[in-house]
Design a protein around this ligand. Structure first.
Ligand SMILES: [Zn+2]
Length: 618
């Protein structure tokens, strides 16, 4: 944006007089528009230096019109409406302000009247007026993340704005750290690799490229830790090919996070920007030398730059059809030329447009006839193969499976061909069905279902289906896909569908129809049906200053916070539960004498455990 436009925007916004909700201002630990797995970060995170209980103040005068309370998301949150249609949000509070505002009492009343511990969103019948700087709650770590304060300024309730448009906060320089170049069309090569090239910035080498590619950038703005980059641009031979600027967005556009960030590679603190974004065509070069320039600018105009010099390289591989057939001679593999051998152990690769497939190993005791269907004995994965990117229309044969599944780029509908001799690789039909809407799907590949060899899962889980990989894992769908997996055994209560996404398995509660289990999901990845056979572990129980703390963990389906019960002398309650910390806590009063204190916990699969300790009241 030009300087004059920034100036006009500042003028427009200056009617407001927001202040930081923590006094004195601490530090930013996250910026606006940062990557989160399923959305953009809609505010800034303020450091509380690992502590909880810091007074949180109204950023501007207004009225509290909404509160939120749940064990996930923002935990405890306050929403204030201000003149001019602005709304501020304060998340992860450990406690609402009660003395003056009565918000804890309001929460208790709502819990009593609804019969629910976690009330979710509540719009106040009579909004409560607050002055700028008035304490509205205390910082905590409820919901997602450790101790910090999540703060937002919104225009209305659906458009978050960058708080730095109103408030100053020091942010550091932009660091452009490393990159991955990935091929984006068949037959392409980057740095002579048919899949990916990893590099650090600054990059002094000139990189040979053939065909089309995308550039995944890992970079950040220095804050207290790493923050998202306020404004990131990329220019290919001087032409702008990427522009992502964090001033404002609409919540309805959250699914586009899957366009600008590579979900399969990113973590919250190490995101990979996708250049050009997945909704745009990749960059292609056919001749000559080219430059990709990356510019990352922080809110105060400080720019970090990186350059990549690329030059066209003719395709190093131009094999067609079947290549590299080999036969086991008892001691080793020997190359065969001409016809495919039709008996014994045979392995071969197939190739199209420069990609060659994994080794496919067959055993045949009798001769193989042309046109026959064959199940491969084994498929040896090709390094990097699984991560190769296939654009729409590329795959001649989507996949075949025998334990492992792979896409094969054999010319001609799924057949491996060699001089008029062809046979078909069988696709063992997997017990999975996927229905999805098109919107939000990044334009990099079409849905592919493959079965995987058994994967490592947490010990608590007992897989009872095949493992299915749904790609592209990069997808963040606008409307959720329905994934159905056939149930091979009798249904039990402890059965769930688990999805692995960036190394973590999460439990998805399935619904059941006939012999199928069904879940809805916005993220693809690896799916399996599993039983959770281990109840939660109840660890240390301690009481300090009238508050009980109990460690409860479950690495299977996870602790169900709504099913935790702590009772003493027959009187019970549901404690608060900090999900990340695995810590249940709540105020208890131990009556005089010795009493049995009981803790009961349940996981989402319905397994329960209990633990009792004797406590003494004074
Ligand atoms: Zn936040």
């Amino acid at each position: 944006m030009k300087k004059t436009a920034v100036f006009l925007l500042v003028l427009f916004l200056r009617g407001q007089n927001f202040i930081w909700p923590l006094r004195p201002f601490t530090a930013l630990t996250s910026t606006f528009y940062e990557y989160r797995t399923t959305h953009f970060h809609s505010g800034v995170d303020l450091s509380t230096y690992g502590k909880t209980g810091l007074p949180v103040r109204a950023s501007e005068s207004g009225e509290i019109f909404r509160i939120f309370y749940h064990w996930y998301g923002f935990g405890r949150a306050v929403y204030i409406r201000h003149p001019g249609g602005f709304v501020t949000v304060y998340g992860h509070l450990v406690r609402f302000e009660d003395k003056g505002l009565g918000l804890e009492r309001l929460l208790k009343n709502l819990q009593r009247s609804t019969g629910k511990k976690y009330i979710g969103n509540y719009y106040l019948e009579r909004p409560i007026r607050v002055r700028r700087g008035q304490v509205i709650g205390y910082s905590g770590s409820m919901g997602i993340g450790g101790p910090h304060l999540h703060f937002e300024i919104r225009k209305g309730e659906i458009q978050p704005l960058n708080p730095l448009l109103f408030l100053r906060a020091p942010t550091g320089p932009v660091v452009l750290r490393s990159y991955i170049l990935e091929v984006a069309s068949p037959g392409s090569f980057v740095g002579l690799s048919p899949t990916r090239l990893y590099g650090r910035l600054p990059e002094n080498r000139k990189i040979p490229v053939h065909g089309c590619f995308r550039f995944f950038l890992q970079g950040y703005e220095k804050c207290r830790g790493r923050c998202g980059i306020y404004h990131l641009e990329a220019y290919f031979d001087g032409k702008k090919v990427f522009d992502l600027k964090g001033d404002r967005f609409q919540f309805s556009r959250n699914y586009t996070a899957g366009w600008f960030f590579n979900l399969a590679l990113s973590t919250t603190k190490r995101p990979y920007y996708v250049i050009p974004d997945f909704s745009s065509p990749p960059l292609c070069i056919a001749t000559g030398e080219h430059t990709l320039e990356i510019r990352g600018t922080n809110f105060y105009g400080k720019t970090g730059r990186a350059f990549l010099r690329l030059y066209h390289w003719p395709s190093p591989l131009s094999l067609k059809g079947l290549c590299c057939a080999e036969r086991w001679n008892g001691q080793g593999w020997e190359r065969v030329s001409g016809e495919i051998p039709d008996r014994g152990y045979i392995r071969f690769k197939t190739s199209a447009g420069g990609f060659s497939s994994p080794w496919i190993i067959l055993y045949r005791g009798e001769s193989l006839k042309s046109g026959e269907s064959v199940k491969p004995l084994r498929i040896e994965a090709h390094v990097g193969w699984e991560k190769a990117v296939f654009p729409r229309g590329f795959l001649a044969s989507p996949l075949f499976c025998q334990g492992e599944c792979f896409a094969v780029t054999a010319p001609g509908r799924g057949n491996l061909v060699s001089r008029g001799f062809s046979f078909k690789i069988e696709d063992s039909a997997p017990g999975i069905r996927v229905k999805m809407g098109g919107e939000g799907f990044p334009g990099i590949a079409f849905l592919r279902v493959s079965t995987l060899p058994p994967q490592k899962v947490p010990e608590e889980l007992l897989p009872i289906s095949k493992f299915y990989l749904l790609t592209p894992r990069e997808a963040l769908l606008k409307s959720p896909a329905t994934v159905e997996i056939r149930l091979q055994e009798k249904y039990r209560r402890d059965i769930g569908i688990y999805r692995k996404f960036s190394r973590k398995w999460s439990f998805l509660k399935p619904s059941r129809s006939g012999g199928w289990l069904q879940v809805k999901t916005k993220l693809l990845g690896t799916f399996v049906v599993a039983r959770d056979v281990v109840p939660p572990q109840i660890g240390r129980i301690r009481i300090r200053r009238g508050i009980i703390y109990v460690t409860i963990r479950d690495r299977g389906s996870g602790v169900n916070p709504e099913a935790i019960r702590i009772s003493i002398g027959g009187k019970g309650f549901i404690p608060e539960y900090d999900y990340d910390a695995g810590l249940a806590f709540g105020r208890v009063k131990v009556p005089r004498g010795r009493h049995l204190l009981k803790v009961r916990a349940e996981d989402f699969a319905g397994n329960s455990s209990a633990r009792s300790v004797w406590v003494a009241g004074k």
